[in-house]
Write a protein that binds this ligand. Structure first.
Ligand SMILES: Nc1ncnc2c1ncn2[C@@H]1O[C@H](COP(=O)(O)OP(=O)(O)OP(=O)(O)O)[C@@H](O)[C@H]1O
Length: 656
């Protein structure tokens, strides 16, 4: 990929020869890895334990292993799909499982609404229940026989005396009584609340979004409360996830969305390591029942993004801090050979877990690594948002199956990329078509106060976002106003205010003498406008100075108050959107140059010009004219004056 570093890059004060410098941006032509040892991802070993399958979070894995050993709580904070729940599941696999218990609940002869809890080693619970059931089986058989006989007799008598209706009612009554009649050993037989029989690993309970009943346990409602017809209280008790997670992991994603009351209860369960089960609905007969406390000695792994902390009970966070670890998870890893190999392992894992798609050939693995690079949006990094990358792995596999291929190839990955576009990408695509149809993007000529800004929709879809500025002398005695319209009005206001000092400095015009209108034309919901300040400054300067802007150029960058162009996010997506819209050049902050990983098809469509200062931007975007030359020489003189002042102050020693 060729990138033109424009002549404006060369410091004019040094009077160097003004020749454009051509800079090579690292081009990925050779394979990303040495695949000589493998034919496909099938030859890659997938580790048996989940924790060893987690890619790119070495430090977090260390912490999780430490936490598992000491049974500590963990708070995992990070972006969606970076492997938080995978780490929590992995933790459950490395917790000791020899100490697992079954929990039984028994009726209480003294207080039927206070059933009793008994814990036994894992696997024993089922045996106890089966033994009690076996002894009551004989009774059940006899009872059923007797019931059938009674029903038969009533029907025959009913026929004989012509009282069929009464006999049917009598049969129904006999059936009801028979169902309710339970032998003493049946009513006294325990119920298995928590069964850990044959568990190879400690339990993992995902309580994300669980309501209080499912989380803390509940007692079912029973309408037959009187006359001994009701179901015994202990049989209506249901264990909560906190009980099922006993000696294992209780995982809660987005814990901050849980009600404070539930968090409070969870906290007391964590403190006491046991929790009595009661009916959660006040209007239910279950609310009368309260079991003896059942064990719930779980490790809590809570997770979410950073905002989740706002909704989190303060004591809960303090408990995790005091008795556990807080982990901030990365969203990307360094682009090293070792990490590329891990990505290959990731592909092998995803293929194995999916079980329906073929393995990946080396060229397809290369495409996935390249995509991981692109999605990281950073120089020398690979994304760790692996759930989304896993989506591409699966859809590439689906394409290969459609083509009847035994292995997924690079072509399949590229085809999958085309149709598995995110909603934001589809909206961006559609807007590009619309803009082309209605000629909203000006891809030719020069216009005063009109600039092709670039923005990002979602997290990786670029969009051309035209900005128009109009400057009119203010008639108000109190000076001019900045009037910003469109959805990004606030950002526009702020940007104009930030750049007003620069505009004043560079144009010799006080923009407070003008009413300046700035409009973001056709802005979409979800467009972030932080990187529009360079575009706004260019549009306003063009409007104030009446110098047309080249409409074949698009630009992006954040401008600081000193006139330096600062880096922005989504450089690659923005450049691709500009190319797709038919624009010929794109100005991006120089510091973003290494982040650029545009697809091959765009490479010859657009010229990328890195910029460092507002002067670089104006040099490249204003249409050549005497006014432009005057403005730029004024700016360059100013720059020289500033550097002279700085160098003289450095060279003169001061004596205090
Ligand atoms: N670091 C990783 N290593 C290997 N696979 C990963 C990693 N991160 C995500 N995945 C893949 O993505 C899937 C989803 O990840 P997971 O559910 O753990 O993400 P999460 O961070 O918990 O997301 P969310 O916060 O949205 O629940 C995993 O089952 C796995 O296939």
């Amino acid at each position: 990929m060729k990138v033109n570093v424009n002549e404006s890059e060369i410091d004019s004060s040094e009077n160097k020869e003004k020749e454009p410098v051509i800079e090579e941006v690292a081009e990925e032509t050779k394979p990303m890895l040495d695949y000589s040892n493998i034919k496909s991802s099938k030859d890659i070993d997938v580790p048996p334990l989940l924790i060893d399958q987690v890619i790119g979070h070495e430090e977090s894995i260390e912490t999780i292993k430490k936490a598992a050993k000491q049974r500590r709580n963990v708070l995992l904070i990070g972006d969606p799909g970076v492997g938080k729940s995978m780490l929590a599941k992995g933790m459950a696999q490395i917790l000791p499982h020899e100490t697992l218990q079954d929990v039984l609940i028994y009726p209480n002869a003294e207080d039927s609404n206070h059933p009793l809890i008994r814990t036994v080693p894992a696997g024993e619970g089922k045996k106890i229940v089966q033994a009690t059931k076996a002894s009551s089986k004989g009774y059940e058989e006899k009872k059923n026989l007797l019931t059938m006989f009674a029903i038969g007799a009533v029907i025959v008598i009913g026929f004989m005396y012509g009282r069929l209706l009464e006999s049917i009612i009598a049969c129904a009554l006999i059936l009801l009584i028979s169902i309710q009649l339970k032998p003493r050993n049946t009513t006294l037989s325990p119920k298995l609340l928590v069964n850990n029989e044959d568990k190879r690993f400690a339990p993992f309970m995902d309580a994300t979004g669980a309501h209080a009943g499912a989380l803390l346990g509940d007692v079912r409602h029973d309408p037959y409360q009187s006359g001994g017809l009701g179901t015994p209280a202990h049989e209506r008790v249901e264990a909560g996830m906190i009980h099922k997670a006993n000696r294992g992991v209780l995982y809660i994603d987005e814990i901050g969305t849980m009600s404070m009351k539930t968090q409070q209860e969870l906290l007391s369960a964590m403190q006491e390591k046991q929790y009595a089960i009661t009916g959660q609905s006040e209007n239910s007969s279950g609310a009368m029942v309260r079991s003896q406390a059942a064990p719930c000695d779980f490790v809590l792994v809570a997770s979410g993004n950073i905002q989740v902390l706002e909704g989190m009970h303060i004591a809960m966070r303090s408990r995790i801090r005091g008795y556990g670890y807080e982990v901030f998870m990365k969203d990307s890893m360094d682009d090293t050979e070792e990490n590329r190999e891990k990505l290959v392992q990731f592909v092998a894992q995803e293929v194995k877990n999916d079980g329906r798609i073929p393995h990946f050939a080396p060229d397809a693995l290369d495409e996935i690594i390249l995509e991981a690079k692109r999605r990281s949006g950073k120089q020398n990094a690979l994304t760790l948002r692996l759930r989304e990358l896993g989506g591409l792995v699966r859809s590439s596999g689906d394409v290969a199956i459609e083509h009847g291929a035994d292995l997924v190839t690079a072509e399949h990955v590229l085809e999958a990329k085309k149709f598995s576009r995110t909603l934001e990408q589809q909206i961006a695509d559609r807007s590009i078509i619309q803009r082309k149809e209605y000629s909203m993007v000006n891809a030719e000529g020069g216009k005063v106060g009109m600039v092709n800004g670039l923005a990002v929709l979602g997290d990786r879809s670029g969009i051309v976002s035209p900005i128009a500025a109009e400057a009119a002398p203010s008639l108000s005695k109190n000076g001019g106003k900045i009037i910003a319209t469109g959805k990004l009005g606030e950002i526009a206001q702020e940007s104009v205010q930030n750049v007003s000092a620069l505009i004043k400095k560079y144009t010799d015009k006080d923009i407070s003498d003008y009413d300046i209108h700035v409009q973001f034309i056709q802005t979409y919901d979800g467009v972030e406008g932080d990187s529009a300040s360079v575009s706004i400054a260019a549009a306003v300067i063009s409007a104030v100075e009446d110098i047309p802007i080249d409409q074949t150029v698009a630009l992006t960058g954040s401008l600081n108050v000193r006139g330096d162009v600062m880096p922005i996010g989504g450089a690659t997506a923005k450049i691709e959107a500009a190319a797709e819209s038919g624009l010929k050049k794109v100005l991006i902050p120089k510091s973003n140059l290494k982040d650029v990983m545009i697809e091959k098809k765009y490479e010859d469509m657009i010229e990328i010009i890195p910029t460092e200062t507002l002067s670089d931007v104006l040099e490249n975007i204003l249409i050549n004219s005497t006014e432009k030359d005057n403005l730029l020489s004024k700016m360059s003189a100013l720059k020289n004056k500033v550097s002279d002042t700085v160098s003289s102050s450095i060279s003169k020693p001061t004596h205090n």
